[in-house]
Write a new protein. Structure first.
Ligand SMILES: C[S@@+](CC[C@H](N)C(=O)[O-])C[C@H]1O[C@@H](n2cnc3c(N)ncnc32)[C@H](O)[C@@H]1O
Length: 310
């Protein structure tokens, strides 16, 4: 694949090198246009990589004086992007319809590499980067962008960042979330965790989030997908009702005293019934020191950790 700089030079054409680059790009685009496999619905991952690359070419600061070849090439890149987006759009729409019918689990889980498979081994679950699963989930959930600026966070509250989708699927699987459970995501942001858990399991899923704008977006998504088992409450996790929860998820929503206060409340809940706690990020180290919790399995950095109350 030519470098981004090379592509810019290639598109703008001019000297002999530039023309050679233009011709390399022409060939590459022709190959992609004729690659029937790429247009099969299940090739989302490949399409996502290709789209990234094409968008990089288009994002180049193109000068006004593109020659005819450059203009034609740019048009073909745009058309290819549009074709890919159309296929992806149809895929997302068909998965959304299955979710609305209550049949989303099978459609979503088929995209998640099975533990023990080559694909799983080649794509380690760790790290906080996003990948093709996040592209899929974003296309399927279609959560509205917040239409206003989120309020300023109090000290010790952590700003919004969604859990990468592969970690959500990992957490759902390892905690063995089922129809007898109530999952509570403490600091649920735009709601990815309760929404996906409600689609993929029989559990009731509750998001507790301090920022009302995020809660509105999550609720609208749950309504649009008929996910009556996913509900969202605008409240501070320090005062919210935690009495229904059997599984609690924390993607480091807060730190310091705030985290200790909420852990104190969870300890109180654990005195009444067995609970599981799933964590991701720096809060895991603090949670792991709680004597009333026992870690399940080996804890790996940058992967959700699972604890159960003793
Ligand atoms: C790192 S994000 C996690 C988002 C979501 N759990 C996920 O994994 O996709 C932390 C979220 O916690 C929220 N938050 C921070 N302090 C909170 C509190 N005391 N009560 C409720 N939500 C809080 C923030 O507004 C933010 O949306």
């Amino acid at each position: 694949m030519p470098s981004r700089r090379g592509c810019i030079a290639g598109i703008t054409a001019g000297n002999r090198n530039d023309r050679r680059m233009t011709s390399v790009l022409h060939n590459l685009i022709s190959e992609l246009e004729q690659d029937d496999l790429l247009f099969e619905p299940n090739r989302l991952r490949e399409r996502s990589d290709v789209l990234d690359r094409l968008e990089t070419y288009l994002a180049c600061d193109l000068p006004q004086d593109l020659d005819i070849q450059g203009v034609e090439l740019q048009g073909r890149i745009k058309a290819l992007c549009a074709s890919i987006e159309a296929i992806d759009g149809r895929l997302y729409q068909s998965i959304r319809q299955d979710i609305q019918r209550g049949e989303g689990a099978r459609r979503l889980l088929e995209w998640v590499p099975a533990v023990g498979s080559d694909e799983h081994a080649n794509n380690p679950v760790g790290g906080d980067s996003y990948d093709y699963l996040d592209v899929l989930i974003s296309g399927v959930l279609q959560i509205d962008e917040p239409d206003a600026q989120a309020g300023e966070l109090a000290t010790e509250m952590v700003f919004y960042q969604p859990t990468p989708a592969r970690h959500i699927f990992d957490m759902v699987g390892r905690s063995a979330l089922n129809e007898h459970d109530v999952l509570i995501d403490l600091g649920s942001g735009l709601g990815h965790v309760p929404l996906l858990a409600a689609i993929c399991t029989g559990a009731r899923c509750i998001g507790i989030e301090w920022e009302p704008i995020y809660v509105d977006c999550a609720r609208r998504c749950a309504d649009a997908l008929n996910l009556s088992r996913a509900t969202f409450i605008q409240q501070d996790a320090r005062t919210a009702d935690l009495s229904a929860g059997t599984v609690f998820y924390l993607y480091t929503p807060f730190t310091g005293t705030m985290l200790r206060d909420v852990l104190g409340r969870l300890k109180g809940e654990a005195a009444k019934r067995k609970i599981r706690i799933c964590t991701l990020g720096p809060c895991t180290a603090t949670v792991a020191r709680e004597s009333w919790l026992e870690a399940v399995g080996v804890q790996e950095v940058h992967r959700p950790a699972l604890f159960h109350s003793v």
